[in-house]
Design a protein around this ligand. Structure first.
Ligand SMILES: Cc1cc2nc3c(=O)[nH]c(=O)nc-3n(C[C@H](O)[C@H](O)[C@H](O)COP(=O)(O)OP(=O)(O)OC[C@H]3O[C@@H](n4cnc5c(N)ncnc54)[C@H](O)[C@@H]3O)c2cc1C
Ligand SMILES: NC(=O)c1ccc[n+]([C@@H]2O[C@H](COP(=O)([O-])OP(=O)(O)OC[C@H]3O[C@@H](n4cnc5c(N)ncnc54)[C@H](O)[C@@H]3O)[C@@H](O)[C@H]2O)c1
Length: 460
């Protein structure tokens, strides 16, 4: 290989959604870009994350809606779930049978050099991959993402447990399933399984489902899950796991045993930062890779996506990619600002949040005001009658008279939250929000009610 073949302006190590975008954009601008991935170009989201899981949820929701038809419109006959339709859509339409050739060709077409190998920083301006060391003249960008974290539970490693990567490839569902972890993946996948007729148990170690959301979410979601037939065990400390080819048994601290055909481990993620050579550029990273508001780690090195610790979401990966892109390309633009970071969990009803929860705000601010209203009391929520559980909650900085956070649980919550994200991002005065016209009959009209009821005397 000549020196020209091993010299690049930019190396992107790990091509998650942000890295793929960044590599393509920099190549389009005429920079020599080395794009490295040891698995699939595009990362977790298109192959094992967002896209296939949302296809599953779309299918599960349609089963539920069909089951409600008898009470709303008449009979559609017996609803018979068929997982093979979902498996086919994921295999053929979403993941191309877990083949990333289209993504590789798209990047190559933009002028990047794609190498499928583990990348590692070997010191300032040097990267190794697949036995070759490259000179990188302008920027090294890390976008190495995460892998499923498997807790050190006695016996777990000895059973054939599933992670999200196995679940997205399922051609058939089991008759029964234990979902270990009631966070985003656990809640979404448990609802999918249950609606397809799998006898499902969630075993969650903390006292709440979806624990990073407002505490009100957990009780309401547990009620929805009970209607779905999901057995929810909260505050459940797992002591051990045992099993064979036929079944898995989880034993809890209080002696309770839960048995199912299979177990899905959804207990969080571990960051792919151990063997990427950060130490070779003098950086120590433990819980996340430290970055500044331009996503810079140190001279000549940037990091984006899940590893920066700003939220494990595709929209964070893409947002940070755009910031690093501007910085590397020498283009103007605002620094990173996470105050209006939104998230959506796509259960039915959806759970969406932006900015601070009430508890976050009470820790950070001297005067906090909160207002909330139940979604079934909005006219649209009442008309919907089913899958309308939830609430709209707004959290305000009472001193400045602006919203600093909000949560929406309910139908279309992932869309309604966009409205509130604008309010938090733009720091729109609450008086101005109160004087708007809210379309009737909508879920978002509940925001007007929540804003009207804002008071300072509520406790977290
Ligand atoms: C089941 C599930 C559902 C999800 N649903 C949503 C959702 O609805 N909405 C949402 O916003 N987010 C969702 N997420 C999160 C989302 O997938 C991630 O936040 C997103 O993929 C961004 O990750 P990333 O850019 O940090 O990198 P990743 O997507 O993790 O990709 C990292 C890439 O780096 C590669 N790599 C790692 N180390 C190296 C190395 N040393 N050398 C070369 N290559 C390397 C990997 O092979 C991988 O391709 C979901 C995640 C899961 C698991
Ligand atoms: N719709 C979305 O945006 C979406 C969907 C899925 C995943 N994601 C992203 O992927 C990340 C990973 O998802 P996740 O669900 O794996 O993680 P998570 O952090 O959201 O939830 C993990 C859950 O597992 C529990 N847990 C941990 N150890 C346990 C144990 N030993 N026994 C029982 N429970 C245990 C935790 O208390 C927590 O509730 C999320 O944080 C999110 O950022 C996003």
């Amino acid at each position: 290989m000549s020196q020209a073949d091993t010299t690049f302006d930019v190396a992107v190590i790990g091509l998650g959604p942000g890295g793929e975008y960044l590599a393509g954009e920099l190549a389009t601008r005429g920079l020599r870009v080395l794009a490295l991935d040891e698995r699939l170009v595009g990362g977790e989201c298109p192959y094992y994350g967002c896209i296939p899981s949302k296809m599953m949820l779309r299918a599960a929701d349609s089963l539920s809606e069909a089951r409600r038809t008898a009470q709303l419109a008449g009979s559609v006959g017996t609803v018979e779930p068929d997982w093979s339709i979902v498996a086919r859509r994921i295999r053929d339409e979403a993941t191309d049978d877990w083949d990333d050739q289209v993504a590789v060709d798209r990047l190559t077409g933009k002028g990047a050099t794609v190498v499928k190998a583990h990348g590692r920083i070997e010191g300032p301006g040097r990267v190794s991959a697949g036995g070759t060391t490259y000179d990188i003249e302008r920027a090294i960008v890390l976008n190495t993402g995460t892998a499923p974290a498997v807790p050190p539970i006695d016996g777990l490693a000895d059973v054939a447990f599933w992670t999200n990567r196995d679940f997205m490839r399922l051609e058939e569902l089991p008759a029964s399933l234990i979902v270990l972890g009631g966070g985003a993946i656990g809640c979404e996948m448990a609802q999918v399984a249950a609606r397809f007729g799998v006898q499902t148990t969630i075993v969650e170690g903390s006292p709440r489902l979806s624990g990073r959301d407002e505490p009100e979410v957990s009780d309401q979601l547990a009620q929805v899950f009970a209607e779905d037939g999901i057995d929810v065990k909260l505050g459940a400390a797992v002591q051990s796991v045992r099993g064979d080819d036929e079944s898995v048994t989880v034993t809890l601290d209080d002696g309770t045993e839960v048995t199912a055909e299979r177990i899905l481990v959804a207990t969080g993620r571990s960051l792919n930062i151990r063997d990427v050579g950060l130490d070779s550029v003098g950086v120590t990273a433990d819980r996340s890779v430290p970055v500044d508001d331009r996503c810079r780690v140190t001279d000549g090195v940037w990091a984006i996506g899940d590893i920066t610790g700003h939220g494990q979401f595709t929209h964070v990966s893409m947002y940070e990619a755009a910031i690093a892109l501007r910085d590397i390309a020498g283009e103007d633009g605002p620094p990173a600002d996470y105050r209006a970071l939104p998230h959506v969990t796509f259960t039915e009803p959806e759970i969406a949040g932006v900015g601070m929860t009430e508890a976050d705000a009470r820790k950070a601010l001297s005067r906090v005001a909160v207002g909330s209203t139940p979604v079934p009391e909005t006219t649209r929520g009442w008309i919907d009658e089913f899958a309308n559980q939830g609430f709209i909650k707004v959290v305000a900085d009472a001193e400045r008279g602006v919203l600093v956070g909000a949560t929406v649980m309910g139908p279309h919550a992932g869309e309604v939250i966009g409205w509130l994200a604008v309010a938090v991002h733009g720091e729109v005065p609450i008086d101005k929000l109160r004087s708007m016209i809210y379309a009737y009959p909508t879920i978002h009209r509940g925001i007007e009610v929540a804003l009207a009821g804002i008071t300072e005397d509520r406790e977290a």
